[in-house]
Ligand binder design. Sequence first.
Ligand code: MLT
Length: 403
Amino acid sequence: MFQINENYQQLNESYLFSTISKKISAYAAAHPDAKIIRMGIGDVTLPLSPAVIEALHKSVDEMGAKATFRGYGPEQGYDFLREKIAGTDFQRRGINIAADEIFVSDGAKSDTGNIGDILGEDNSVAITDPVYPVYLDTNIMRIGQGDKIHFLASNAANNFLPEIPSRKIDVVYLCYPNNPTGTVMKKAELKKWVEYAREHESLILFDAAYEAFITESDVPHSIFEIEGAEICAIEFRSFSKNAGFTGLRCSYTVVPKALKAKNGKGEKISLHALWKRRQSTKYNETPYIVQRGAEAVYSPEGQKETKALVAYYMENAKTIRNGLEQKGWTVYGGINAPYIWVQCPAGTGDSWGFFDRLLNECLVVGTPGVGFGKNGEGYFRFSSFNSHENTREAVERIKNWKY
Ligand code: MLT
């Protein structure tokens, strides 16, 4: 009989956010009148901005007219979008990234999950713990649990800045501003990682999906702000959280042309060429309409409206942070990221125990820290993607909670 990829049997039975979603559905079915406030998965709640909507409508009309209809688009994305990305997100900040180093895609989740396709199976891989589960799960799917996956503890003791490994690791995943802890890595620290990667000929996979939420000026928005990162890093960005594209789907990945890796014969091969080959074979481009919507994010109105969306959620982050601090809880994040990471206070149980009690006693949903890795045990993540009203109400309920 044909066989399965047995690595899948090493995964948890269901993806973290699917498990949570099932738990909420079960609770809601049993308590149909309960007003549950969801602060679990980082899914946006505000509608798309007017500039994006206008661009979407216009491009829908173009698709309906013979003269302007489009079929398959260019494999890396349309130049109109890639040029705006390169100009606004990088060159304007003095970062030397060209439009042809940008690959437009349908989500940072897919790209961070798929990037392993172009990397050798014998690479050692380092992942922070706690971590966005996609990096770990997709590596298990590809190479199995084995001894190739290393965990870099990220905790209160090291200020959520994992120690640089003392030995050579081939591929390192970093996500800053961090999901789930909401903490950041300043430039000096990130520079050390780039130096490490250059010295050991390692690759850093840098997930910057939350860069738009940075409020402090000394926090890097891109790994390419660090000199020399173009020969050791790939960066992932997304329109999901800043521009509300979680349901529309658009992201991009920067693969610098200077980035090379060795094949078995020791020849240097361009990762840009490999990713292009991978994407042109397995992905048929982000829809034209969606790319026009993403382009509108870079118009003057789009920039203003997008900043307003981000500011709205960051106001929630402040409400959550301040409210929980006032309750005496130990709180991290929420200043440069939409996530607030709290230590479950004594008497509330472990991460899942806290989840159950918070749902049952406050009708508030968050994400158990242990779902992001064993270092997350005893912690809990709140997302600020909700309305001001719901956020205030959730914080009030928690403040009045006697546990
Ligand atoms: C999260 O809640 O960690 C994110 O929303 C998940 C994602 O973006 O895929």
